[in-house]
Design a protein around this ligand. Structure first.
Ligand code: C2O
Ligand code: CU
Ligand code: CU
Length: 504
């Protein structure tokens, strides 16, 4: 038996939990019958060779039976809601046709993928207009991880994600393939996209009605696009690829009877050492791969996953073969490069709440580059949250184009599960989190709070990764062009266009 510590803490500052926010909407247990958890099936490549993979990713409108009665109108990637799961093999060259079948422009952002910015990365500078398609191509070069794809058309990112434009992206590699993890997709290795929604008349979503500048929430947990899901457990060990895909909600997760589970991966890949928990908090956009061991449970048992005190998913235990696999105490080696001599320390300050949110005292501007870092250099970034400890929020800070290391929290060691590669980190009020950051590709990228309404509302900035030997100029999108396009597509005059995040 392993002697690893079992942590029972959420670690984040309790006074800053979203439950303390005036606008907090608690989850409620759905009253509808339990439904089998939807498993977002793997997207089939159009073609695959020993060196290349070809995909077509389509943003499309659809409708889905989320509740009894009327279907809900939604958006998704190659599916009516959320999407199919997309798999990239490390080392291959990936070619993707991005197709937009929605009535309005959107973008395809590969959250956590190390690719050049700003076009391949798919932020606001890379709109794909309705009825059009574009191509991207990149070499997948990073360790096995659970990443995700979501729309990012600022300042309508939050609305597009709310309608369903989010799905998991899995990177696989030879290192992960040799570890004793469950990896039978859909059977003992499953995506778990944690979201919440509010259903209005006829089971429809109404983003504008639910708008809250501190983040839109709803009372109904929706897991992989399933209300009140159950999952049939047929193996002793189950790997859950958890993604906080909510616009605003923090998920404080624990199982019935405080069943222990083991985190094996964070945002950017496998952790150097597995970490055992009974409780885990995820902030928006964070991922955690966990292994749950149902040893000691018998057919007919039900194990429930809770967020705070609300059941969000039920695991129905069936007959399974005994599995005594023990995880090694060391899983993988991960990079921890030396900071480049003489490098500056970057400062990022997240301030304000509601409409007042800012980054470094400014609102986001697509045409402004706020910071620069030389490609290949390794530099510290100090990320501060100046909200007040008594009524502030945890802001999940995210950077495009990299997987970083978390060095410290207010000078102290980071949380026990932050010793891996990450692209999003929750920053408590009054806290400064020091990151060690490096980039492999050139480009203009975004960094922001991942409460998506904060990002749309301007708690976002841009930086350029540059090479002094190879200076580049970028064609950056501007708000007027995007607003004119949205107005035309929505059939309204620009002055009548209303996207909540635009009042920034
Ligand atoms: Cu999930 Cu700007 O990204
Ligand atoms: Cu991102
Ligand atoms: Cu925020």
């Amino acid at each position: 038996m392993s002697k690893r510590t079992v942590y029972t803490d959420y670690f984040f500052d309790e006074p800053a939990y979203n439950t303390h926010d005036g606008g907090f909407i608690p989850l409620e247990e759905p009253k509808t019958p339990q439904e089998p958890l939807r498993i977002p099936e793997l997207l089939k490549p159009d073609e695959e060779t020993s060196t290349d993979m070809y995909y077509t990713v389509i943003a499309q409108p659809g409708e889905v039976q989320l509740l009894p009665g009327a279907k809900t109108k939604t958006w998704g990637f190659n599916a009516p809601f959320l999407g199919k799961t997309i798999l990239f093999k490390n080392g291959k060259t990936i070619h993707i046709t991005l197709k937009n079948e929605l009535p309005e422009l959107t973008t395809f952002h590969w959250h956590g993928l190390n690719v050049p910015g700003p076009i391949t990365d798919g932020g606001c500078h890379a709109p794909v207009y309705p009825g059009e398609s574009t191509q991207i191509e990149f070499k997948c070069h990073q360790p096995a991880a659970t990443l995700w794809l979501h729309a990012h058309p600022c300042p309508a990112t939050a609305e597009h994600v709310w309608k369903g434009l989010a799905t998991e992206v899995l990177v696989t590699d030879d290192v992960e393939a040799k570890l004793p993890f469950p990896r039978n997709f859909g059977v003992d290795d499953i995506p778990v996209i944690l979201q919440d929604r509010h259903f209005h008349k006829d089971n429809q979503l109404d983003y504008i009605a639910d708008y809250d500048p501190d983040g839109v929430q709803g009372p109904t947990p929706v897991i992989n696009g399933t209300v009140n899901p159950y999952f049939d457990v047929t193996t002793q060990r189950l790997r859950l690829r958890l993604l906080d895909g909510a616009n605003r909600r923090e998920w404080r997760l624990h199982f019935s009877d405080d069943l222990k589970f083991t985190q094996i991966a964070s945002d950017g890949g496998i952790l150097p050492e597995p970490v055992d928990f009974t409780h885990l908090m995820l902030t928006c956009a964070e991922r955690a791969e966990i292994i749950v061991d149902f040893k000691g449970h018998k057919p007919g048992d039900v194990v429930t996953l809770y967020c705070d005190d609300v059941p969000v998913m039920h695991f129905r235990i069936h007959e399974f073969a005994a599995d005594n696999t023990e995880l090694p105490d060391h899983l993988v080696d991960i990079p921890d490069p030396e900071v480049t001599a003489g490098a500056p320390v970057h400062k990022v300050v997240m301030s304000g709440m509601d409409e007042e949110v800012m980054m470094n005292g400014k609102k986001f501007d697509m045409q402004r580059i706020d910071d620069r870092q030389q490609v290949g250099h390794v530099e510290y970034w100090d990320i501060s949250n100046t909200n007040d400890m008594s009524n502030g929020m945890v802001h999940p800070y995210h950077m495009h184009g990299t997987q970083f290391r978390v060095v410290s929290r207010n000078g102290h060691a980071p949380y026990p599960n932050e010793n891996g590669l990450k692209d999003t980190v929750g920053v408590n009020p009054g806290e400064t989190v020091r990151l060690k950051v490096w980039f492999e590709h050139l480009g203009v990228y975004m960094n922001h709070c991942h409460i998506i309404e904060h990002e749309d509302g301007g708690m976002m900035a841009q930086f350029e990764v540059y090479d002094p030997e190879n200076p580049k100029t970028y064609q950056l999108m501007d708000m007027t062009t995007l607003m004119n396009a949205f107005a035309k597509e929505r059939g309204v005059a620009v002055k009548d266009l209303y996207i909540p995040g635009m009042d920034m």
